[in-house]
Design a protein around this ligand. Structure first.
Ligand SMILES: Cc1cc2nc3c(=O)[nH]c(=O)nc-3n(C[C@H](O)[C@H](O)[C@H](O)COP(=O)(O)OP(=O)(O)OC[C@H]3O[C@@H](n4cnc5c(N)ncnc54)[C@H](O)[C@@H]3O)c2cc1C
Length: 407
């Protein structure tokens, strides 16, 4: 029997779409390649013995993020106090008060310039806005955390058009755990990678490793690098404009290293710090999240590629030495071996989150456009106001379902 909709991918977008389809009482299924839901929002508790988020961790734009209320209502613990992982005070262990003040000034000027970009003027790469001062390397590093790309490759207008409000709220149980919680009760078929979508005529055929389904609409939520890889064959091929938009929205590389601690490294919990104020390869350190004995190092662009090459043991060594740079060599004794994430190698992710190439921010709208009232697209990359986030992906799935023709 023909389904109304097949959703491809059970990440935040697919789950947002699924909840909207369920609410509208449509006949649908979600086909998910992995043996779990959540996609790039994934919490696991095996590696360190407590929850860690390999991918999405913060509820960004916490004051306008619909998932904050959803999480609290469902009993998840979301602190009231946001974490400021771009605060100049994160450099406090490395700078004196004057240095912090100067950094705060440079950072405010840079982000202010970014926020005031006239979207009607020609776009520039983020690198063109970075100051020429001693703070350039650190701001470069921060932008690689934000985009996963070196600032020469990322559009500044795309960042300026983002509605991020800089309120970042973590979840004690994990953001991935919240997304998995939302998927309960949805008809998700896991371990079912889709290999082909034939949208040549009414009655779309979606072929996966377990067979072929017929449906009126298919809603594709896989990441842009997966679309670009050709892992899903489209018949007919996607139009040139769609393929160009996919190529203009690549995913950057962001990876995390988690290391366990034996005893507290410093006083406090959820402490944010930078590993250096003079290196483009600096990482962001999150120390003792929720008081747990661990440190997470966040790396972007080339630095992220390097830690993946190093593997678990090498990346742990690197993080130990970065911590020693900030907190002294004695700190190294408390830092054990942990794990490094592998998003860029994961065939169902192939990267962290989308950024737009300079001049190409309009590609997000092109990617979101449906084709022939049969083939629909959602996912973080399609949502210009909140791309690269879990809530943006979730809202993209819900918004996409609202545009489906009536059953
Ligand atoms: C390191 C890292 C840190 C991040 N930090 C944050 C953060 O703090 N806050 C935040 O809001 N966001 C963060 N993000 C971004 C956020 O995780 C993503 O934007 C969001 O999860 C994307 O959701 P999505 O549904 O668009 O895509 P995905 O989550 O990638 O979902 C797509 C789904 O499609 C599946 N799939 C792929 N190919 C196929 C196929 N052939 N057939 C069937 N299924 C397929 C995938 O397995 C996946 O489950 C981070 C991401 C990373 C990687």
């Amino acid at each position: 029997m023909e389904l109304d909709t097949v959703v491809v991918g059970a990440g935040a977008a697919g789950i947002g779409a699924g909840l909207a389809l369920q609410k509208a009482a449509r006949r649908f299924v979600i086909l998910e390649a992995r043996d779990r839901v959540g996609g790039r929002a994934w919490t696991e508790s095996t590696s360190l013995g407590f929850p860690i988020d390999h991918g999405g961790q913060f509820l960004h734009s916490g004051d306008i993020n619909p998932l904050v209320t959803v999480a609290r209502t469902a009993g998840f613990h979301v602190p009231e106090t946001p974490e400021d992982w771009t605060a100049s005070s994160n450099a406090a262990p490395l700078l004196d008060d004057t240095g912090i003040r100067q950094l705060a000034h440079a950072s405010k000027a840079f982000f202010g310039k970014l926020g005031r970009i006239d979207l009607d003027r020609p776009d520039q790469p983020v690198a063109a806005l970075l100051p020429r001062s001693r703070w350039r390397p650190l701001l470069h590093a921060v932008m690689t955390f934000i985009s996963g790309a070196t600032p020469a490759r990322a559009s500044s207008a795309d960042l300026a058009a983002d509605s991020n409000t800089d309120i970042d709220l973590p979840i004690r149980e994990g953001l991935g755990a919240l997304v998995a919680h939302l998927a309960r009760g949805l008809p998700v078929h896991t371990a079912t990678p889709v290999t082909e979508i034939d949208w040549s005529r009414a009655g779309v055929r979606v072929t996966s490793t377990t067979g072929t389904l017929r449906c009126k609409h298919v809603l594709v939520t896989v990441p842009t690098n997966v679309l670009a890889s050709g892992a899903i064959a489209f018949t007919p091929a996607l139009p040139a404009a769609k393929q160009t938009a996919i190529a203009q929205l690549p995913q950057g590389v962001n990876e995390k290293v988690f290391v366990p601690l034996s005893g507290a490294l410093i006083d406090g919990e959820n402490v944010n710090a930078y590993s250096s104020v003079s290196s483009e390869d600096a990482c962001h350190l999150q120390i003792q999240p929720f008081g747990r004995p661990c440190v997470m190092g966040y790396f972007g662009a080339e630095a992220a590629q390097e830690i993946v090459r190093l593997g678990d043991a090498g990346a742990s060594d690197l993080l130990r030495s970065r911590l020693a740079d900030v907190y002294g060599s004695a700190s190294a004794k408390r830092v054990g071996n942990g794990i490094v994430t592998q998003w860029a190698q994961d065939p169902y992710a192939l990267g962290a989150y989308s950024y737009a190439l300079p001049g190409e921010r309009a590609a997000r709208d092109v990617l979101a456009e449906p084709l022939a009232d049969r083939l629909y697209f959602a996912g973080e990359a399609t949502y210009p106001a909140h791309y690269a986030t879990v809530h943006g992906a979730f809202m993209s799935g819900q918004a996409c379902v609202a545009t489906l023709p009536a059953p």
